[in-house]
Design a protein around this ligand. Structure first.
Ligand code: FES
Length: 352
């Protein structure tokens, strides 16, 4: 509805300050201010029923926010921190994190949506032009501020009351330490945890796509398979922490094409298992070129040669990918013959 369709007596009075001073362009001032376009009234400005409907919608959104906040608190109190929930299409995730994220998101969104709807439909939408003015304070204002400051310093007797002054400086200097203490929440320190993974002697290699233990016969020449240790499930509380260290790339290379002697010894009939975690800054590696046996990290293009001990042939990575020594058990399943012999992931973890 435009203001042209509304009976004159229903229109709200225009406000004088609605439009800035208009000047007309001429030869002396070709860039004159054209002023603001004519003001269009909204339906809520002239229809009390529509205004009431908008008011109810805003109140509903704020009420929804309140309910979501109550839900947030209830979730925090009631949901065990190790409970998992299945959410399509994400899969199994931590129920507490999901509930907190959802309720907090709804609470914030509803406040924002309510405020926007309120501003757009019920608050004044009259455009106001405000002339620019210098922002620098007048000299007499500056002089008054300086005089007040000096007067305040004198009245506080900071120079005379040395005990107060010194203890105040001590309090101000110590106070930031409380912030430093909060850094403890980043802990506990990892200790030697980064040096060890879930791999141990006899642990089966499980295909991460099918969740089935891998047989040597499942791994074809030229294929790339991702594996995790048996017993590690996606809904486990520490799944992300453990898979970030234990994820493997399994490839099969013709034994004759393996140049590195130790790599050949640690493989099973050409099947080699390497850490999937890039030694640069820890991205998961996922691109395999079967002709050259090169794997490429998508983050900064470090390239490793899997036929030559996974040494770095390009990019910023500092050293080769760690290899896991593997074999097969009596039933033909691939198994680890121990943990990695060096820390996986970025080189700086070695200092942990
Ligand atoms: S993380 Fe792999 S190249 Fe940077």
């Amino acid at each position: 509805m435009s203001s042209q369709d509304i009976p004159e007596e229903n229109l709200p009075a225009e406000q004088d300050h609605a439009h800035g001073a208009v000047t007309v362009a001429d030869d002396t001032d070709p860039f004159a201010d054209p002023g603001l376009p004519p003001h269009e009234h909204r339906v809520q400005d002239i229809d009390e029923q529509a205004a009431k409907r908008s008011e109810r919608a805003v109140a509903l959104l704020f009420t929804l926010s309140m309910l979501a906040t109550v839900g947030f608190i209830a979730s925090y109190v009631a949901i065990p921190h190790d409970q998992a929930v299945y959410v399509f299409p994400i899969g199994h995730i931590n129920a507490l994190n999901f509930a907190l994220g959802l309720t907090l998101g709804v609470a914030l969104f509803a406040i924002g949506a309510g405020a926007v709807h309120w501003a757009r439909t019920l608050m004044s939408d009259v455009e106001v032009a405000d002339e620019r003015h210098p922002i620098e304070a007048a000299p007499e204002v500056k002089a008054k501020v300086m005089a007040d400051f000096k007067q305040g310093a004198k009245e506080s007797a900071l120079g005379r009351r040395k005990l107060i002054r010194n203890t105040m400086f001590g309090a101000l200097a110590l106070f930031p330490l409380s912030g430093v203490m909060l850094l403890r929440d980043l802990g506990p320190l990892p200790g030697t945890k980064l040096r060890h993974t879930l791999w141990s002697k006899g642990k089966l290699l499980v295909n991460m796509n099918t969740n089935e233990p891998l047989r040597a016969s499942d791994v074809a020449v030229g294929s790339l398979t991702f594996a995790k240790p048996e017993g590690l499930e996606e809904h486990d509380e520490d799944f992300q922490k453990e898979i970030a260290k234990a994820a493997l790339m399994i490839v099969r290379i013709q034994p004759d094409n393996i140049k590195d002697k130790r790599e050949l010894q640690w493989s099973h009939e050409g099947i080699v298992a390497y850490s999937k975690i890039c030694t640069h800054v820890g991205c998961p590696i996922s691109l395999y070129e079967q002709q050259t046996h090169h794997v490429l990290c998508p983050c900064h293009q470090s390239t490793f040669d899997l036929s030559d001990g996974a040494r770095v042939i390009f990019g910023p990575a500092g050293h080769a990918l760690p290899q896991l020594r593997i074999g097969v058990n009596d039933e033909g399943y691939l198994e680890a013959l121990g943990d990695f012999e060096e820390p996986v992931g970025p080189a700086f973890w070695e200092r942990g």
